[in-house]
Design a protein around this ligand. Structure first.
Ligand SMILES: Cc1cc2nc3c(=O)[nH]c(=O)nc-3n(C[C@H](O)[C@H](O)[C@H](O)COP(=O)(O)OP(=O)(O)OC[C@H]3O[C@@H](n4cnc5c(N)ncnc54)[C@H](O)[C@@H]3O)c2cc1C
Length: 399
C-alpha cells in the first residue's frame, strides 16, 4: 500500500474532530480524519446522538471560519437568559429563581443550541466540499511512531500515513493519548445523564433553565418549535441506579417523574424523543500535547454537562491550535508550537474543570442543610452585580 503524506492527521470524527477537520481544511491544510464509527446523521437512526450542544458566543467565529456557521444558524435556537432555579426545599417547588440575562453584558444572546445529530450531518457535508480533507469513516487509528519532523501513523485497515501534526480528538479514552503516554486524572461521581427532548405548552422564550434539587441539575435548553409546539432539550443528571430506574419506567410513569423534577417551570412536559444515557465524569490530561501531537476536546478534558462548557472549551482549544498553525505554517507540529499550545490552554482548562466539578458537587447535594447553603450561595453571588457580570463573562469565556 502506498503511504500518503498529510499536514494533519485527526483521530476521531466526533463533533470536535469533524469541526477540527473543517477548520484546518478551510485554512488550507491537508487533513486526513478517521473514525471507526461512521457518523449518524439522522435523528431517528439507531445510535443517533440525541444530545444538543449550546454553542456560546466565542464558538461562532470558530465555526464561521470553518465554513460551518452559515449551515448551522438556520437550525439554531437562541439562548438569551440562563435561569437557575433552586427547588431544594422540603417540597420540590421552586424556592429561588435567578435570571442571568445576556443583555447585561452583550448585544447578543449567550449562545445558540443545536442537535448533535444535525451538527454531524452539516459537518460531514462541509467536509465533502473541501478537496484537501480526506474523511475516512469506518477506519480507526491503530498506532504511531513519532520522529523529529513527523509522525508515522498506522490505521486499523493497516494503511499508513505521515503527518506533521496529529490531533487526538478520539474521546475520553483517547487511543492517541495512550499511544503518546499522556496520563489523566479522573473524578467519578457515580452519576449519569439522561438526554432527551420534550414539548410543552408554555413558550421557553429563549430561556435555558437549570433546576437544582439533588442528584444533579435538571436542565431545559430551548429548541426550535416541533410540530407547532414549543420544545426543549433536557439533560437530567442523577445517580447511576436512579437513572437506570427512570429509564426503565413506562412513558406515563417517566413523564410523571420528569414533571415532578422539572418543578413545573415550563408547565407540563411531554416526552418527544427516546432517552439516551451518558456517564458523567470529570477528567483532565496531564498535558495538552506530546511529540507531534495535540490533544483536543474530550481527549484532553471531560466535564459534567453544566453551563454548556464541554464542547465550547474544545472549540477554544481548536481556535488556539489553529492560530498557532496559521501563524507559522512551516512550524506545524514542532515542539515549540505544541509547547505553546499546552501553555496557552492547560491552566484555563484546569480552572474550568475544577469550577465545574465544584458546581456539580453542589448540585448533587442531598442533605437539607447543604441544599440551604447552596441556595444562600446562589442568592449572594447573584445579588452582587459586578460578581454576577463577571460570572456571566467567565461562563462565556470572555474577559
Ligand atoms: C448529556 C451531555 C450534554 C452536553 N451538552 C453540551 C453543551 O450544551 N455544550 C457543550 O459545549 N458541551 C456539551 N457536552 C459536552 C460535549 O457533548 C462533548 O464535549 C463532545 O460531544 C465531545 O466531543 P468529542 O468529539 O471530544 O468526543 P466524542 O464525541 O466521544 O468523539 C470521539 C470520537 O473518537 C472516535 N474514536 C474512538 N476510538 C478511535 C480510534 N481508534 N480512531 C479514531 N477515532 C476513534 C469515536 O468513535 C468518537 O466518534 C455535553 C455532554 C453530555 C454528556
Amino acid at each position: 500500500m502506498t503511504r500518503i503524506t498529510t499536514d494533519i492527521f485527526i483521530s476521531g470524527g466526533g463533533v470536535a474532530g469533524l469541526t477540527a477537520a473543517a477548520a484546518f481544511g478551510s485554512a488550507g491544510f491537508s487533513v486526513v480524519c478517521v473514525d471507526p464509527a461512521p457518523p449518524v446523521t439522522e435523528a431517528d437512526a439507531a445510535g443517533a446522538d440525541l444530545r444538543t450542544t449550546a454553542f456560546l458566543q466565542p464558538a461562532v467565529a470558530t465555526l464561521a471560519a470553518a465554513g460551518l456557521w452559515d449551515r448551522l444558524a438556520p437550525y439554531a435556537a437562541a439562548l438569551q437568559i440562563m435561569r437557575i432555579v433552586d427547588a431544594g426545599g422540603e417540597v420540590p417547588d421552586p424556592r429561588l429563581t435567578k435570571d442571568f440575562d445576556a443583555a447585561e453584558i452583550s448585544d447578543l444572546p449567550f449562545g445558540w443550541n443545536l442537535p448533535n445529530w444535525l451538527l454531524r450531518r452539516e459537518m460531514v457535508a462541509r467536509l465533502a466540499e473541501l478537496p484537501n480533507v480526506d474523511f475516512r469513516p469506518g477506519i480507526g487509528f491503530a498506532r504511531m511512531l513519532t520522529r523529529q519532523t513527523e509522525a508515522l501513523v498506522t490505521l486499523t485497515d493497516r494503511s499508513t500515513l505521515c503527518a506533521r501534526l496529529v490531533i487526538a480528538a478520539d474521546g475520553r479514552a483517547s487511543p492517541v493519548r495512550e499511544a503518546v503516554g499522556i496520563g489523566v486524572r479522573t473524578m467519578r461521581y457515580g452519576q449519569k445523564a439522561l438526554a432527551f427532548a420534550v414539548s410543552h405548552d408554555l413558550p421557553h422564550n429563549n430561556v435555558s433553565t437549570e433546576v437544582h434539587r439533588s442528584g444533579g441539575p435538571f436542565t431545559l435548553v430551548p429548541l426550535p418549535d416541533r410540530n407547532g409546539k414549543p420544545a426543549s432539550a433536557v439533560v437530567w443528571m442523577e445517580s447511576g441506579p436512579e437513572v437506570a430506574r427512570l429509564a426503565a419506567l413506562p412513558t406515563p410513569a417517566f413523564e410523571a417523574e420528569m414533571n415532578a423534577r422539572s418543578a413545573g417551570v415550563l408547565g407540563p412536559l411531554t416526552l418527544a424523543s427516546r432517552l439516551t444515557q451518558w456517564p458523567i465524569i470529570s477528567q483532565i490530561a496531564d498535558r495538552m500535547s506530546g511529540p507531534r501531537t495535540a490533544l483536543l476536546a474530550e481527549a484532553a478534558h471531560v466535564v459534567p454537562p453544566i453551563g454548556a462548557q464541554g464542547l465550547n472549551m474544545s472549540l477554544a482549544d481548536l481556535a488556539t491550535l489553529l492560530d498557532l498553525a496559521t501563524a507559522n505554517r512551516s512550524d506545524l507540529g514542532s515542539p515549540a508550537m505544541l509547547d505553546s499550545y499546552h501553555r496557552k490552554r492547560h491552566l484555563e482548562v484546569q480552572a474550568r474543570v475544577t469550577g465545574i466539578d465544584l458546581l456539580n458537587r453542589a448540585s448533587m447535594a442531598g442533605s437539607p442543610a447543604l441544599r440551604d447553603l447552596r441556595a444562600r450561595a446562589l442568592d449572594l453571588l447573584y445579588s452582587a452585580t459586578p460578581v454576577r457580570r463577571t460570572l456571566m463573562k467567565a461562563g462565556l469565556g470572555l474577559r
